[in-house]
Design a protein around this ligand. Structure first.
Ligand code: PMP
Length: 360
């Protein structure tokens, strides 16, 4: 039985990447060592690191005015690093709240400055959620930056609109990075924990406009300091070397398949397949408006939630794993990151239809 893992993160990695990593596990490039046993300062490892950066630059079309940082501490580490590095003496920032992760980012940022946070989710009379257009966001142009989360992993809410603001824009792209094309110039800093579309947990990626590095001061804890990290090629302390190697394999896998543009086409098809099945049935529902439905994380509910446990048990027996919704939202959630093949989504839809036939 083929197993499909719909976990929101750590998530499924591409089969081809796992097979390659396995084949190189104990002897990388005839060194007689595993990549994870090599010094991060060795010439052979620095080649891996340089190639990872280069491949990511190609994928995201990163120009010379940005720098790529490989950091520790996951997405939440960046919840601290962003205000620590980007707040100026004013110590003011605006946080757009559209779900649980952007809300958590506020809680952390409030430790470091005066944060104005606003909820931009509209809930209509039928309970459908949508995000207000950026033109309706109340952002004061004197604050140090705006932070928002383009894809709310828990809530299944995605913002596809490009941000156009006069102050630096920071985006938590943990669960959307590399899933669709973006115009990087619309952002001054993007960050992502790796464990969804990039690689294993333990690595976080920051792409930041070089001019913003001047804001980092010496009082910031070193491992969270963007300027120090950039000056040391992300090797001020020992980087998560094996996670960076796996990320490089994932980047190359994406490039071989036509990059982000080709992957986006596939992701649209996968999401459409699942949302259409949900919409076609009264047995299942999703409460996010068409324009803000996440392509990566699809929450859905059974009309009769007393069947949830049985649904999950039978799904698992059919090789469809990790479909339980986040505890805050309940119901189900299927995460359809880049490594999830369309066959996985079709298999899920067939299972859902069969479950409906037998339990409606
Ligand atoms: N932001 C988003 C959008 C996330 O989905 C997550 C994790 N699921 C985080 C931040 C937190 O990441 P971490 O657990 O790596 O700190």
């Amino acid at each position: 039985m083929t197993v499909y893992n719909f976990c929101a993160g750590p998530a499924k990695l591409p089969d081809e990447v796992m097979i390659k990593a396995q084949s190189e596990f104990r002897d990388w490039n005839n060194t007689g060592c595993s990549v994870m046993e090599l010094s991060h300062r060795s010439k052979v490892y620095i080649e891996v690191y340089d190639q990872a950066i280069q491949s990511l630059k190609t994928l995201l079309n990163i120009g010379d005015d940005y720098t790529v940082l490989f950091m520790h501490g996951g997405g939440r580490g960046q919840f601290s690093a962003v205000p620590l590095n980007l707040l100026t003496e004013k110590k003011q920032a605006h946080y757009g709240v559209t779900g649980s992760w952007s809300k958590s980012a506020v809680t952390e940022a409030e430790k470091f400055g005066a944060i104005t946070a606003r909820d931009y989710v509209n809930v209509d009379t039928k309970g459908q959620k949508s995000v207000l257009g950026f033109d309706q966001w109340k952002v004061n142009n004197t604050v140090d930056f705006l932070h928002y989360c383009p894809n709310e992993t828990v809530d299944g809410i995605e913002i596809f609109e490009s941000p156009k603001f006069e102050i630096p824009v920071v985006a938590d792209m943990s669960s959307t990075i590399l899933s669709r094309q973006i115009e990087l110039n619309d952002y001054d800093l993007i960050y992502a924990g790796a464990q969804k579309n990039i690689g294993p947990s333990g690595l976080s990626i920051v792409v930041v406009k070089k001019e913003l590095l001047a804001r980092s001061n010496d009082s910031i804890p070193s491992v969270l300091n963007y300027k120090l990290t950039a000056e040391n090629d992300s090797m001020f302390n020992t980087p998560p070397t094996y996670a960076i190697y796996l990320a490089k394999l994932v980047f190359d896998w994406l490039l071989e398949r036509g990059g982000v543009a080709a992957q986006e086409v596939l992701n649209i098809e996968k999401a459409k397949c699942l949302y259409q099945a949900i919409d076609a049935s009264d047995f299942y529902s999703n409460n996010i408006s068409q324009n803000n439905r996440s392509r990566m994380n699809v929450p859905f509910f059974l009309a009769n939630d007393s069947l949830d446990k049985l649904f999950l048990e039978q799904a698992e027996n059919n090789g469809l794993l990790a479909l339980k919704g986040h505890r805050i939202v309940g119901g189900m959630r299927a995460s359809l990151y880049n490594a999830m093949p369309i066959e996985g989504v079709k298999t899920l839809v067939e299972f859902m239809q069969e479950f409906e036939r037998t339990h409606a």
